[in-house]
Design a protein around this ligand. Structure first.
Ligand SMILES: *Cc1c(COP(=O)(O)O)cnc(C)c1O
Length: 376
């Protein structure tokens, strides 16, 4: 089954009992048992719920994994994956990883003896040099936020294999429509489904898919033990969102390509970061490992004042954090999503005060370009 068909017919796409073409919302906590210990596949909704189960089968299908798991947020998913580690273990993460993942590692899990290094994973040599005897996993994001840096997933899989590490990919920015890391050798892929998978800025959720049954057993044990599960209503909303994921990603990318081409030529824009542009340093790798480049881009206008000026003048771009929905969003990373990262660290990462980030939506691309033109 090809990707577009999977979005419609993957997982458990209908209700066998009634023929309903949308999986019902099983708003229930417990299930009747026929006799003591004998149940019909479900006993308690933390352990398993039919609506969540249908979604979990679907993400496993979309990512070509063995099993899938749904969590209450992207961070709950990441936390659960980190619980596969033990005190004393060391993890290497992409240096401009999502701010919440940075905070989780450096302010929470460090207190439990989980060690970490933030490394420029777009440089495989630097990754190999950072491996210690305690390193157990590589955690990468590609493309990254907000500079859209690209890491070679196959190269990371090779390093992970050589050193017996788990390769985890946060695939939020690409979505399973454009990029499927398990097919490239990753062990675990995860998403903030709050973004492209949900796609309508109306649900917070996290999804994970794993490569083999040993990992899936461990992760299900953690999901059930720690309990950060997604509820049935939100599981249903994600399945509804996934039905149009392919259409949305195509429309978003077409707009993103147009906007990137426009910004690249604009005299007030000193730099543009979009992996779909041939001039982007990660373009060739992005092309090799994915089917598209997504709808996130960022550009520089010289100063914080200039950035605020542009943002205050746009009409069709909503000033907000988050990304990946049908409406275009605009933000200033240095003052918003990345404000919790110390200024010096931001400078090291190349996140300047004059950087503007756009999450492109599905509006008419010409309207979006005219809007940016008048604002600039
Ligand atoms: C938003 C985001 C997360 C966190 O997900 P939540 O659903 O907000 O908890 C993790 N990784 C990336 C890349 C994100 O963009």
């Amino acid at each position: 089954m090809r990707s577009k068909t999977k979005m419609i017919h993957g997982g458990i796409s209908k209700d066998d009992q009634t023929g309903a073409v949308s999986v019902p919302i099983y708003q229930v906590s417990t299930f009747e048992q026929e006799s003591v210990g004998k149940h019909r596949g479900f006993e308690y909704s933390r352990t398993g719920n039919p609506t969540r189960h249908a979604l979990e089968q679907l993400i496993a299908d979309l990512e070509n994994g063995k099993e899938g798991y749904a969590f209450a947020s992207g961070m709950a998913a990441i936390t659960s994956v980190m619980m596969l580690m033990e005190a004393g273990d060391h993890i290497i993460l992409t240096d401009d990883v999502y701010g919440g993942s940075y905070r989780l590692m450096s302010k929470v899990l460090n207190r439990f003896g989980l060690h970490h290094s933030f490394v420029d994973t777009s440089n495989p040599q630097k990754v190999e040099e950072s491996i210690t005897k305690d390193t157990k996993a590589l955690f990468i994001e590609t493309p990254t936020n907000p500079l859209l840096k690209i890491t070679d997933i196959q190269e990371m899989a090779r390093i992970a294999k050589d050193h017996d590490l788990l390769l985890v990919v946060d695939n939020t920015f690409a979505s399973p429509y454009w990029q499927r890391p398990l097919e490239l050798g990753a062990d675990i892929v995860l998403h903030s489904a709050t973004k492209y998978i949900g796609g309508h800025s109306d649900v917070v959720a996290g999804l994970v898919a794993v490569r083999d049954s040993k990992l899936s057993e461990k992760l299900h044990f953690i999901q059930n033990s720690a309990g950060g599960i997604l509820g049935p209503q939100d599981s249903w909303l994600l399945m509804r969102g996934i039905k149009t994921l392919a259409l949305r990603m195509e429309a978003i990318e077409a707009n993103a390509q147009k906007i990137a081409a426009f910004l690249k030529e604009h005299p007030k824009v000193s730099a543009i970061h979009y992996p779909g542009l041939k001039s982007h340093p990660g373009h060739q790798i992005a092309k090799k490992q994915g089917d598209g480049y997504g709808g996130m881009l960022s550009f520089e206008v010289g100063s914080g004042e200039a950035a605020e000026q542009v943002i205050s003048q746009v009409n069709y771009f909503t000033l907000a954090e988050s990304l990946g929905a049908v409406e275009s969003l605009i933000s200033m990373p240095a003052k918003m999503t990345h404000a919790s990262i110390p200024a010096e660290r931001r400078r090291e990462l190349g996140i300047s005060d004059g950087l503007i980030r756009i999450s492109v939506g599905i509006e008419d691309g010409d309207d979006l370009i005219e809007d940016l033109k008048q604002a600039l």
